[in-house]
Design a protein around this ligand. Structure first.
Ligand code: ADP
Ligand code: MG
Length: 460
């Protein structure tokens, strides 16, 4: 009976990506078969769903090719014993998975998942781990996904520019780079340039200041330009002007432009009217936080690709408790798996509860308010006395706000307590300051880097 299923799997393996096969097909078996019904076992509810909604047609087709046409195919959940861990060794030995582990991104996620399009091809500054295959689609991102695929299939023809906007960690960079990777896969000679808008700004400034050559050539001599986190060129008029010219040049030559930002074009107040209307010529798509089911599918897929089958309870626990963004979801999963591995325990709901509880409520014991204030003062070359003084000079106000922000984010102090620590009586100042820095971190990379650098030293 299993010979049939093996042959079906063998055939499917050739037509789907490695990631899809490993995640969804690998742990399935044929349970029973008669003329009426064929029953296939799957390891969990997420797989059952994916099979019912996404893969059923494919399974049916391949079965028919093998001469089997039951009236009905049923997917049933069979949990593989109590031990939830798949043999890690075998998983790691598969060369593609080994690739995954070394091709991890800048965030150094040990669970980077997905298969490099090609180990050797020069994809420039694209990260090969961002592919369509390993992008989980749900109702919150299907439009973004479909439009991206359309652009990848016919760059420069449709939706130009393609503009994604939304909060951090929701998959914008992943999708944009997936488009780039797909274009290169289809045409290895395509010139795809991915830059953060910070890079664009810096290279432009170098060009102006030091008369560096090659700036225009670099940005005009390409087929696809991907600019990530566009909000950082707002406010910079000259850079916008230059970007406008680059944009026009590429657009007129039917070159594809893909942009991401934290806001839709119309809501970036400092964007020049000309640039705004250009951006609105194409397609703007709101990328949102995936719904609960999609979050579960993402967790389940990521865990399984790193060789671990999480049970439904644990997946749902994580998906229920982490609603901010996918990056945090991944972070929590990584932490759970690493912790379980280190201590030789199961990554189950009890372990997850312990860990998430920890993350939320108890930061390192040794860190004190004084250390945060001292460290922040030092970073800005101020004295702690100045920080806690009445002075309202601008060069003191922002550092003070950052200190308040860190007291909140690192020690979870109450607002009255935060105000008190900095010699303020009114706690609304603290609320205002924390909110201001939270916002600034998203919009202003200078502040973001300052905060990151202070935080790093606090835990060094
Ligand atoms: P953004 O650019 O919007 O801040 P990223 O593209 O960097 O977000 O995504 C953060 C992380 O979450 C990345 O590791 C990415 O691979 C992952 N991710 C986001 N959305 C999905 C998805 N739908 N399926 C799989 N992984 C996702
Ligand atoms: Mg991004």
């Amino acid at each position: 009976m299993n010979a049939l299923w093996q042959s079906v799997l063998g055939e499917i393996e050739l037509s789907v990506s490695h990631a899809t096969f490993t995640t969804w097909y690998k742990n399935t078996e044929l349970v029973s078969q008669d003329e009426e019904e064929l029953v296939i076992s799957v390891p969990n509810i997420f797989a059952k769903k994916q099979f019912e909604v996404k893969f059923n047609d494919q399974v049916k087709k391949v079965l028919a090719k093998n001469g089997v046409e039951p009236k009905r195919i049923t997917y049933t959940i069979i949990v593989a014993g109590k031990k939830t861990r798949i043999n890690r060794e075998t998983t790691l030995n598969s060369s593609d998975n080994a690739d995954n582990l070394v091709s991890s991104s800048a965030t150094a996620s040990p669970l980077a998942f997905g298969r490099p399009t090609s180990g050797l091809s020069v994809t420039g500054n694209l990260n090969p781990r961002y592919t369509f295959d390993n992008f989980i689609v749900g109702s919150s991102n299907d439009l973004a996904y479909t439009a991206s695929q359309a652009v990848a299939a016919n760059p420069g023809m449709k939706y130009n520019p393609l503009y994604f906007y939304g909060g951090v960690g929701l998959g914008k960079t992943h999708l944009m780079q997936a488009v780039g990777n797909e274009i290169i896969k289809n045409d290895p000679n395509a010139k795809v340039l991915y830059v953060s808008s910070e890079t664009f700004v810096n290279e432009f400034l170098d060009y102006i200041r030091f008369k560096k050559k090659g700036f225009s050539d670099k940005y005009r001599n390409i087929d696809v330009l991907i600019v990530d986190d566009m909000q950082f060129i707002a406010n910079k008029e000259k850079t916008q002007e230059e970007f406008f010219h680059t944009f026009n040049f590429l657009h007129q030559n039917n070159k594809q432009i893909i942009i991401s930002s934290d806001k839709p074009p119309r809501s970036i107040p400092t964007l020049t009217e000309r640039l705004r209307s250009r951006f609105e010529m194409g397609m703007s798509i709101d990328v949102q936080m995936p719904d609960f089911e999609t979050r579960c599918a993402i967790l389940s897929a990521k865990a399984s690709l790193s060789g671990v089958e999480l049970n439904v309870e644990t997946v749902e626990y994580l998906a229920t408790n982490i609603k901010t963004n996918i990056r945090e979801l991944e972070g929590a999963l990584n932490q759970l798996l690493a912790y379980a591995e280190l201590h030789g325990i199961e990554p189950d709901i009890t372990t997850a509860e312990g860990l998430l509880g920890n993350v939320r409520h108890s930061r390192p014991q040794h860190l004190t308010s004084k250390q945060i204030i001292d460290r922040t003062s030092k970073h800005f070359q101020l004295s702690s006395e100045e920080m806690c003084s009445e002075k309202r000079d601008k060069h003191i106000v922002v550092p003070r706000q950052i200190a308040m922000y860190l007291l909140r984010s690192e020690l979870h102090l109450s607002f009255p307590k935060i105000a008190g620590e900095l010699g303020r009586k009114d706690h609304t100042t603290a609320i205002h300051s924390v909110e201001k820095i939270e916002k600034a971190i998203k919009l202003d990379f200078v502040i973001r880097e300052q905060v990151a650098s202070i935080r790093e030293k606090l835990y060094a």
